[in-house]
Design a protein around this ligand. Structure first.
Ligand SMILES: [Zn+2]
Length: 462
């Protein structure tokens, strides 16, 4: 094969590769699906496609380690093709899918099915997680060794949480034996009961059942103790409270193998948003309102696109999550992309399913809240989407060194655009950010040397 036939030269961008501590204006040469060279003034091999990235950021392909692709069994909400198309549009070259499907991904056969389908229908790389417990019922361990052999990158009962601490301890011991991290959705059922939003001022005003912060923190504390006891790597998913950040900060100082992730909705929005847009923009959202146009995005009280699990919290928690991201306590950013059909969400707040879509808005929201607001540097933000998740899950991804897979994201950090949920590549529309003016957007997504999405030809390459 002629190498030149398959080469691509990305020129003149600001190349940021945190894994290699590289941050400079440079070119990136891709040949046969691999990174060939990164440097200045590279010449294009004959027949190479040239992509001008002047004024743009060029970085290792972004990884979202918390995504619900809804296969198998829930394809009315999303499928591998639409979910990965949304990922590509958002600038993500790899996603990690959660096992709370129907049936659950709790056996090697289902893992094989997803991997096979993803390789045929997926636009980006799909890594699979397996359940901790059979059918995610929290009663009996799933076959963790067989899941590992089938290729899972972690185990999690996401959407649910193992309440029995002894069972969780055994899961950690097996996971350690098989060198798999345990990812945990932290929710103490006895404290949370039927809670649908944060327990506090707004739940009282709105008359909705509360989901107290302690319901999350109880399990984060449990996980700190079990990580210490077993030596297993425990990763706390979608942290939402100040107390969780404090627990993690203290444990990491002592060298406990624990980590955490945060999702944009928890550090952009607050529980005031459930009282409607006016209450939000005039209160907790005041600073953000300046980034919007004169006519602010509006939504009614009890809008179910603001219902997720864990729930939106008060401003103090939102600020603590940002502080945790800024000081390195929280290592990883992700979306918890959780698509649901309109008819499922168009019911009373109490009855609507938890979750929102997020793949297409997360890069902009994190840039706005963390980088443009000067709380985090651009390289630190990129690290939380690349080298950090790759290290946690032992993925051969997240860096741009010669020989690495040519997964590359090119984005414009200051591009202004408006997100319209109806134009999303996802099958679902359940985003609270519909109509928001956002800053920062992917302009090209390259997976294994192939441009799978670009601003110019939206998905044309697929
Ligand atoms: Zn979850």
């Amino acid at each position: 094969m002629l190498g030149a036939m398959n080469s691509l030269l990305v020129t003149g961008g600001r190349v940021i590769d945190p894994a290699n501590q590289f941050d400079s204006i440079a070119d990136v040469l891709i040949a046969d699906g691999k990174i060939s060279r990164v440097g200045q003034g590279l010449s294009a091999p004959e027949g190479a496609e040239i992509l001008d990235a002047k004024g743009k950021v060029v970085c290792p392909g972004l990884i979202d380690l918390h995504v619900h692709l809804r296969e198998p069994g829930q394809t009315a909400k999303e499928n591998l093709a639409t979910g990965t198309a949304a990922a590509a549009r958002g600038g993500f070259t790899s996603v990690v899918c959660m096992p709370n499907t129907s049936p659950a991904i709790d056996n090697s056969g289902t893992v094989a099915l997803i991997r096979e389908r993803a390789s045929r229908e997926g636009v980006v790389n799909v890594f699979v997680t397996g359940a901790i417990s059979k059918n995610i019922a929290g009663e009996e361990l799933a076959p963790i060794g067989a899941l590992k052999r089938a290729g899972v990158v972690a185990i999690t009962d996401d959407g649910h949480c193992i309440q029995n601490n002894e069972l969780m301890r055994r899961a950690c011991e097996y996971a350690k034996m098989f060198d798999l991290p345990v990812m945990d959705h932290c929710q103490d059922y006895s404290l949370v009961t039927e809670g649908v939003m944060h327990e506090g001022y707004w739940s009282t005003v709105l008359g909705l059942r509360g989901w107290p912060a302690a319901g999350e923190e109880m399990i984060v504390a449990r996980n700190v103790l079990l990580a210490e006891l077993t030596g297993a790597k425990i990763h706390c998913q979608h942290l939402s409270t100040a107390g969780s950040v404090a627990l993690l900060r203290e444990a990491k100082k002592r060298g406990v193998p624990i980590s955490g992730e945060a999702c944009p909705h928890h550090f952009v929005l607050t529980d005031a948003a459930i009282a409607g847009s006016e209450k939000f923009w005039s209160g907790d959202g005041k600073a953000l309102a300046e980034s919007q146009m004169d006519e602010l995005p509006s939504w009614p009280a009890y809008d179910t696109n603001f219902k997720m699990n864990p729930p939106l919290r008060p401003a103090g928690d939102r600020d603590a999550i940002i502080e945790g991201l800024a000081d390195g306590t929280i290592d990883i950013l992700c979306s918890d992309h959780a698509p649901h059909c309109d008819y499922e969400k168009e019911v009373e707040f109490d009855y609507a399913p938890f979750g929102i879509t997020g793949l297409e808005t997360e890069l902009a929201l994190t840039l706005m809240q963390l980088v443009h607001s000067r709380r985090l540097s651009l390289p630190d933000l990129i690290a939380k989407y690349t080298v950090a998740p790759a290290r946690l899950l032992n993925l051969p991804k997240g860096a741009l060194g010669p020989g690495a897979d040519a997964d590359v994201t090119i984005f414009d950090p200051v591009a202004d655009w408006i997100f319209h949920a109806t134009e999303s590549a996802s099958k679902s529309r359940n985003s609270p950010f519909n109509g928001w003016k956002l800053k920062g957007r992917a302009v090209a997504t390259i997976v294994g040397g192939r441009k799978v999405w670009s601003e110019q030809n939206d998905l044309a390459a697929v």
